[in-house]
Design a protein around this ligand. Structure first.
Ligand SMILES: [Zn+2]
Length: 164
């Protein structure tokens, strides 16, 4: 598969792959630089972030603050909010990018395609007619029609409008 990182921040990708550093999702959760980290929204139990390895433009992740590799560990409140943030994410993406559909799901365990398998996260992948067939292949990338920065700005604008 051809990968084109037109506007990517190379050091960011490097950081994600740095297995000696602490968990990337925990690190981002604790940091106070949401714009730099592409964090879109913070809930009580989960946050929403642009996927660093997007399958399509606007590919989001919903990440619980709590570090766990086991979905069954999540409390009801954490799961419920994750579900709510799924709905919100669909609304935001729909308004910003008008995709034809979505794939939503989790890759649990590295054999299932999880890029960061120690900390569960849910994918929200917008789909367009003509993009290729979906496989849970996070970590591979397609040509993005817009940069992650532009997608972030477009989504954040919608989220801020919603909040005001
Ligand atoms: Zn973690």
């Amino acid at each position: 598969m051809k990968t084109i990182w037109a506007t990517w921040r190379k050091n960011y990708i490097q950081r994600a792959y740095d297995s000696t550093s602490e968990c990337l999702f925990c690190k981002i959760a604790s940091e106070k630089c949401d714009k730099e980290n592409f964090v879109l929204y913070r809930g009580f139990h989960n946050y929403v972030i642009m996927n660093l390895f997007p399958y399509t433009s606007g590919h989001l992740l919903i990440v619980p603050y709590r570090h766990t590799c086991d979905y069954r560990d999540l409390e009801e409140s954490e799961r419920c909010e994750m579900s709510l943030l799924e709905q919100k994410s669909i609304t935001w993406i729909d308004e910003a990018f008008h995709p034809g559909g979505f794939n939503i799901g989790m890759n649990i365990g590295s054999v299932a395609g999880a890029g960061i398998d120690s900390h569960i996260h849910r994918h929200i992948v917008p789909r367009w007619k003509g993009d290729s067939n979906f496989m849970p292949v996070v970590g591979e990338a397609r040509v993005m029609s817009i940069s992650i920065e532009d997608a972030y700005d477009a989504l954040l604008k919608i989220i801020n409008q919603e909040a005001s």
